[in-house]
Design a protein around this ligand. Structure first.
Ligand code: PRP
Length: 182
């Protein structure tokens, strides 16, 4: 069993930077969605921490729901076809939707989710992501609300895992290179 410190490489985003990022995005969303019916949809598992912070910075009567997605085997990462393991419990019709993610990598997951949600007649579908790795993009996808851009490295913490652990780190770290050597 490893110690938590053994997983941590250098810090990419401190707690202070993350706090400033969620406050700024929350303020922008509050301003953009005044008087509109807003539904935030978090993508499990990684999105749960960002959702919890973001929603407290949005000063509007929002609805919150979550989805869980899973890949159809190894081809999914390249095809972007995802299976909904858990769907939202509410209809999207007549609502403005923001999908809340921890990170965009190739962009395939969110491209698929956006298309899927659009078939349910919402008034709009936008994306809010805490972190973005634009250098990894395979499709032309941009989030309307982006927090911190990160380099193409294995990142952990603030919802992002390595082998299921480290989601609970309050800052964003590069995975320690020694972990991958073992
Ligand atoms: C991560 C992240 C996004 C997706 C982004 O989820 O939370 O959902 O990958 O990658 P993409 O842009 O290349 O599609 P992951 O599959 O690691 O699941 P998790 O959130 O449960 O850890």
């Amino acid at each position: 069993m490893r110690e938590i410190e053994e997983y941590q490489g250098r810090i990419l985003a401190s707690e202070e930077e993350i706090r400033a990022m969620t406050a700024e995005l929350g303020a922008r969303i509050t301003n953009d969605y005044k008087g509109k019916e807003l539904l935030l949809i978090g993508v499990l598992k990684g999105g749960f921490i960002f959702m919890a912070d973001l929603v407290r910075q949005i000063h509007l009567p929002v609805t919150v729901d979550f989805i869980a997605v899973s890949s159809y085997g190894s081809s999914t990462k390249t095809s972007g076809v995802v299976r909904l393991v858990k769907d939202v419990d509410v209809p999207l019709a007549g609502k403005h939707v923001i999908i809340v993610e921890d990170i965009i990598d190739t962009g395939l997951t969110l491209t698929h989710l956006k298309e899927l949600f659009k078939t349910r007649n919402p008034l709009s579908v936008k994306i809010c992501t805490a972190f973005d790795k634009p250098s990894r993009r395979k499709v032309d996808l941009k989030a309307e609300y982006t927090g911190i851009t990160v380099p193409d490295e294995y990142v952990i913490g603030y919802g992002l895992d390595y082998d299921g652990v480290m989601r609970n780190l309050p800052q964003l770290y590069v995975l320690n290179e020694n972990i991958l050597k073992d």
